[in-house]
Design a binder for this molecule. Structure first.
Ligand SMILES: [Zn+2]
Ligand SMILES: [Zn+2]
Length: 299
């Protein structure tokens, strides 16, 4: 029989599902070794060069090696971050066509390796209205996934729209805009990835208790907290409402420890993967940030 918990607060023993974005140099499986060594329970990777249009195909041997390592390491879930060049809302026909092709490749790679979530920034609406950009973005998702819907459902792969800081003409600055993109994509397994740094720079204040409660309410009433499948857990170097995307070390940025703890400890996000995308300025930064994040649990 298991021993009784003696803690007065049962939540005090909760271990959040924390992870890092780890590198794939030397093969996809190397990301798992790094994540495991650093004590992650989950992890995020790029499945290809995040700053190039073309990607070498994944060899069967590399896929097998990845799956073997994942099984042995017990990391879960597997989160893929899409290539940064992809702009599903592009008004330029050539960029949009390239984006659709590259995102289809992202979906196919994610399916091949058995990933759970594929995160993507919704894109930028140069010259178009927000509403037009949202419609274009959704149309691109349908085009990129045509014929793959069944495989995604069977494989348990979900596309997650990441909220943005709202820099330039980026869409996805508000939770309502993320909701509208999802509404335009019926029949596709989708959801949201909440990036704490982006949301803060976009105008969602996690520092103040009342403002944080309002932000959670807005998130729940638009996207729905149940549709937030992954959290990118980052502090922000950029000030509140700056619309600048600049991640920073946990607890040392503008959001700070108390604000970040509100997100980490929200009861309806308790079982979600929290992925750190914090800077690597000095050796050991990732471990320090993981430790700092763990210390915020149940704070
Ligand atoms: Zn991102
Ligand atoms: Zn992010």
């Amino acid at each position: 029989m298991k021993s009784k918990r003696h803690s007065l607060n049962p939540a005090a023993s909760r271990t959040p599902r924390l992870g890092l974005h780890t590198g794939i140099a030397g093969g996809l499986h190397r990301s798992i070794e790094q994540a495991k060594t650093k004590g992650c329970l989950t992890w995020q990777i790029f499945s290809r060069n995040p700053r190039g249009w073309s990607a070498r195909p994944l060899a069967d041997t590399e896929i097998d090696l990845f799956k073997e390592h994942r099984l042995a390491a017990g990391l879960d879930p597997c989160v893929i971050h899409s290539c940064y060049l992809i702009n599903m809302a592009a008004t330029d026909a050539e960029i949009r066509a390239k984006s659709i092709a590259a995102f289809r490749d992202e979906v196919e790679r994610s399916l091949a390796i058995g990933a759970n979530y594929l995160v993507i920034h919704p894109g930028s609406a140069r010259g178009a209205s927000i509403a037009e950009a949202i419609a274009t973005c959704a149309g691109s998702f349908h085009a990129a996934t045509a014929g793959l819907e069944r495989a995604m459902l069977d494989g348990g792969l979900r596309i997650l729209i990441e909220n943005t800081a709202g820099q330039g003409e980026q869409i996805g600055r508000t939770f309502g805009q993320v909701r509208q993109i999802l509404d335009h994509c019926p029949g596709l397994p989708m959801g949201m990835c909440l990036d704490t740094a982006h949301s803060f720079a976009a105008g969602y204040d996690w520092r103040d208790q009342l403002a944080a409660a309002e932000s959670f309410d807005e998130l729940d009433q638009t996207v729905g907290l149940d549709n937030v499948y992954v959290v990118h857990f980052n502090d922000s170097k950029a000030p509140f409402q700056s619309r600048v995307d600049r991640h920073w070390h946990i607890g040392a940025g503008e959001i700070g420890a108390t604000g970040l703890a509100r997100v980490l400890n929200h009861p309806r996000l308790a079982d979600r993967p929290f992925i750190l995308e914090t800077p690597q300025d000095e050796p050991g930064d990732d471990l320090r940030n993981l430790t700092a994040a763990l210390a915020l649990a149940t704070r």
